[in-house]
Design a protein around this ligand. Structure first.
Ligand SMILES: Nc1nc2c(ncn2[C@@H]2O[C@H](COP(=O)(O)OP(=O)(O)OP(=O)(O)O)[C@@H](O)[C@H]2O)c(=O)[nH]1
Ligand SMILES: [Mg+2]
Ligand SMILES: [Zn+2]
Length: 306
């Protein structure tokens, strides 16, 4: 048997994936056995089998960022330092999906960064920026960005790059917000497929269909992981009673409710409910965030019954 070699999974497509060796070479590999699903960011031990390779072992993961609905579990990537949730002035973002992505990251103790792109589009940008106020207030970093504009200017890249350096960042967000544009801007040889390319080439949108790892620097310390846009972000893997702990604004008031097992939905003496109000007051919980909590609690409670 050939020697096992360490590698990094840089792309995964069902039954085969792309593994990068320490010298930077990438080759197609197949996971050994049916169950050993690998995801982008996995550290693996692999061996050469002809032109290709076979993955013999997946090292223990530091974390795994994934979503789960009734139908299936979708893993985005493993061993991350942070998740960059990219939203844009246009298309208008769903706060529900944003909140869910943040909860999934928090559940795996992965840092998050929200970036609002397309600051050239006004007044949509200012409106979207205002909608993000509750996220800034709860301590989340929120950065403005402009990757493209009619007059060819960009803005906000330096501040963003500072937060990416030396880290492995998953770029996550709905379709059309500029995830691939960002990767292409910071990794010139990436040629991640963007809406732009396709429009020039043919039909319509060129949407990203698989998660791919890109190194930003030659020293391979900074990585960006491009991912396909998502519409629904299922959290079936989260227990309803865990939810409030995973939402920093709700979590800040926990322990003050009258009942230790308060669901924060209808109990008297609930500290969460007492903090629900609009405005900048410290510890305030926005009405939207509270509504999202209630809907999610309901959804996750119901799924347990069958
Ligand atoms: N006006 C404006 N358009 C932008 C900006 N950044 C990116 N775009 C455009 O937004 C469109 C979508 O960009 P993509 O990078 O393909 O978006 P994506 O998030 O990768 O989309 P999916 O792969 O479908 O998930 C492209 O036409 C970009 O040129 C910006 O700052 N302002
Ligand atoms: Mg894309
Ligand atoms: Zn309560």
């Amino acid at each position: 048997m050939a020697d096992l070699m360490p590698g990094l999974v840089v792309a995964a497509h069902g039954r085969h994936c792309l593994v990068e060796s320490l010298d930077g070479e990438r080759r197609i590999c197949h996971p050994r056995g049916k169950k050993s699903a690998v995801v982008v960011g996995d550290q693996v031990q692999w061996q050469i089998t002809g032109d290709e390779g076979s993955i013999e072992r997946v090292e223990e993961r530091r974390n795994l960022f994934y979503r789960q609905d009734e139908m299936r579990t979708k893993s985005f990537a493993a061993n991350l330092d942070q998740v960059l949730v990219l939203v844009a002035a246009d298309p208008e973002f769903s706060e529900r999906q944003l909140a869910r992505a943040l909860i999934a990251a928090q559940a795996e103790r992965i840092d998050v960064l929200i970036v609002l792109n397309k600051s050239d589009l006004q007044p949509a940008f200012d409106r979207a920026w205002a909608r993000l106020a509750p996220y800034r207030r709860m301590g989340c970093a929120v950065l403005p960005l402009r990757l493209k504009s009619a007059d060819g200017t960009e803005d906000g890249l330096d501040a963003l790059q500072e937060r990416l350096t030396g880290k492995r960042t998953l770029v996550l967000g709905p379709s059309g917000v500029g995830k691939s544009t960002l990767v292409n801007r910071l990794v010139p040889e990436a040629r991640a497929q963007t809406g732009e390319i396709s429009r020039a080439l043919n039909s319509g949108k060129h949407t990203t269909t698989s998660t791919t790892w890109y190194w930003v620097d030659e020293a391979r310390r900074t990585a960006l992981i491009d991912s396909p846009g998502f519409q629904e972000f299922g959290l079936n893997h989260i227990e309803p009673m865990q939810l409030a702990h995973l939402m920093p604004d709700l979590n800040a008031t926990l322990g003050e409710c009258r009942f230790y097992n308060c669901t924060h939905l209808h109990e008297p003496g609930c500290a969460v409910v007492a903090h629900v109000r609009e405005g900048e007051a410290p510890l305030s919980i926005s009405e939207n965030r509270y509504r999202i909590y209630g809907e999610l609690f309901e959804e996750l409670s119901n799924k347990r019954r069958y």
